[in-house]
Design a protein around this ligand. Structure first.
Ligand code: 4AD
Ligand code: MG
Length: 436
């Protein structure tokens, strides 16, 4: 807001203290602007400095600062235009998320942050232990950890009497509630100790995980598509009623992203809302990639997982920016809980891909048949005993069910056009960085 002072304004003598970063209290009358870029300005009658800011040391100067630099001052970056806008759009997307699920009869369930199971089976978990802190004073940390005769950690002496981790996904717990209450969703922080320094990975991110009872993969894909169209549409007032007030706030922010961050993003998001998503089987996707004759860094072959470059080629080049859902992946590259298809080779899995971000959603129909699920745990060398409660869901009144997980920061990235996922969460956690 442009504030106009004259030498007669009360407090004018403090003008030298009104520097970048200072906080001030301003009183006056809003009037239409005399020229300039702003519609209105404030004719100040009184001004006083509340908190001074030393202009020689305040880290964020008026000139444009790089995103990398702003990450090093994450405690001050929310004061910039860009990070203010990201925070508001993130808030609107969270509100729209709850609104979508609540209006459709889903119950929000809190899944635990500390867990003893590895949902994705990828071994990317952070340990939660008091063994280290309890012995930290001695200096030598590892030596003091109790071990069994064969030299392994003696977990019976740890806080939970067994290995415990920060959760990688709330899904397994979500399934327990879906098979009791019907449709539920979780929305909370999840953690992955994967050492990938990319623009799409965080060690701590928020995940939205709906779980639908009496549902198959088609229901799951339909839910994922409606959800994405709803929350993106919500940013442009396409959804009315009570969501409207935040949407109006977002309009200015979306114009800002459209002008300064990614030109044309509003049109591209509108397309997402209005056009149908492309559906493709994994096998067809492999054929498409092989047929493209494009040189990829990673090999393309039936049985291998799709890499980000493949996913981006499919949505950005092959389908001109439309979201694409790929289904029926080889069972070897997917988690143990996914339902086996009749071909014996693939599972009822789906990934939803969007331009720039690649995989935004990963989901599946769950294996509801006890014998199949037990066989799958054996095949993947997972210990059936530690999944006893999860298997109980198949022992007692098992129902077909399906769900998906959406990485909330990837959604913010997609909706704002921000290049790097580290700029979509207030305090990013990535390898080598947990300062703030
Ligand atoms: O595909 P993922 O690993 O699926 C699951 O965790 C299932 N349990 C979900 C379910 O069916 N309930 O992760 C789901 C989504 C990904 O599609 C991606 O958007 C996001 O979570 N994600 C990450 N986002 C940021 N940083 C990371 N390191 C991420 N890993 C996954
Ligand atoms: Mg996935």
């Amino acid at each position: 807001m442009q504030c106009v002072l004259t030498p007669d304004t009360e407090g004018y003598d403090q003008i030298d203290s009104i520097t970048t970063g200072a906080s001030v209290l301003v009183e006056g009358l809003v009037a239409s602007s005399q020229g300039g870029k702003q519609k209105v300005e404030l004719k100040v009658s009184k001004i006083s400095v509340i908190g001074e800011s030393d202009p020689t040391s305040f880290p964020i100067q008026k000139k444009r600062a790089s995103r990398e630099f702003l990450r090093s001052v994450a405690h001050l970056r929310p004061r910039t235009n860009t990070f203010g806008a990201v925070a508001r759009v993130r808030n609107a997307l969270a509100y729209a998320t709850h609104k979508f699920f609540q209006d459709n009869g889903f119950v929000w369930v809190a899944s635990p942050i500390i867990t003893a199971s590895d949902c994705e089976g990828a071994g990317e978990q952070f340990y939660v232990t008091t063994l280290i802190s309890n012995s930290a004073e001695g200096g030598s940390l590892v030596k003091d950890i109790p071990s069994t005769k064969d030299g392994r950690v003696d977990w019976s002496q740890d806080f939970f009497c067994k290995p415990a981790f920060l959760t990688v996904s709330g899904q397994l717990n979500g399934e327990t509630y879906a098979t009791a209450l019907s449709d539920i969703y979780t929305f909370g922080p999840t953690f992955r100790a994967e050492n990938s320094n990319t623009s799409r990975h965080l060690a701590e991110f928020w995940m939205i995980e709906p779980e639908l009872a009496f549902a198959d993969l088609n229901d799951d894909m339909a839910c994922a598509s409606s959800y994405l169209q709803y929350v993106v549409g919500a940013l442009f007032c396409l959804v009315l009623n009570s969501v409207k007030y935040i949407l109006e706030n977002c309009k200015e922010d979306m114009d800002f992203f459209n002008t300064w961050i990614e030109k044309g993003i509003i049109d591209r998001l509108n397309d997402v809302v209005e056009k149908n998503f492309v559906h493709l089987s994994y096998s067809d996707a492999i054929e498409l990639l092989v047929g493209s004759k494009k040189k990829f860094e990673f090999p393309v072959k039936w049985g291998l997982d799709l890499q980000s470059e493949h996913e981006r080629y499919i949505t950005e080049v092959a389908f001109g920016g439309r979201p694409v859902i790929i289904r029926d992946y080889p069972k070897e590259i997917k988690a143990f809980y996914m339902r086996q298809n009749d071909d014996g080779k693939t599972v009822a899995a789906m990934d939803l891909l969007v331009p720039r971000v690649g995989e935004l959603i990963g989901g599946s129909q769950r294996e509801e048949r006890l014998d199949y699920l037990e066989a799958r745990l054996d095949e993947q060398n997972l210990n059936k005993d530690s999944y006893w409660w999860y298997l109980d869901l198949r022992r007692y009144g098992s129902v077909p069910h399906a769900g998906f997980g959406l990485g909330f920061e990837r959604l913010v990235q997609f909706a704002t056009g921000m290049d790097n996922i580290r700029d979509t969460i207030p305090f990013p956690r990535v390898p080598g960085s947990a300062e703030f």
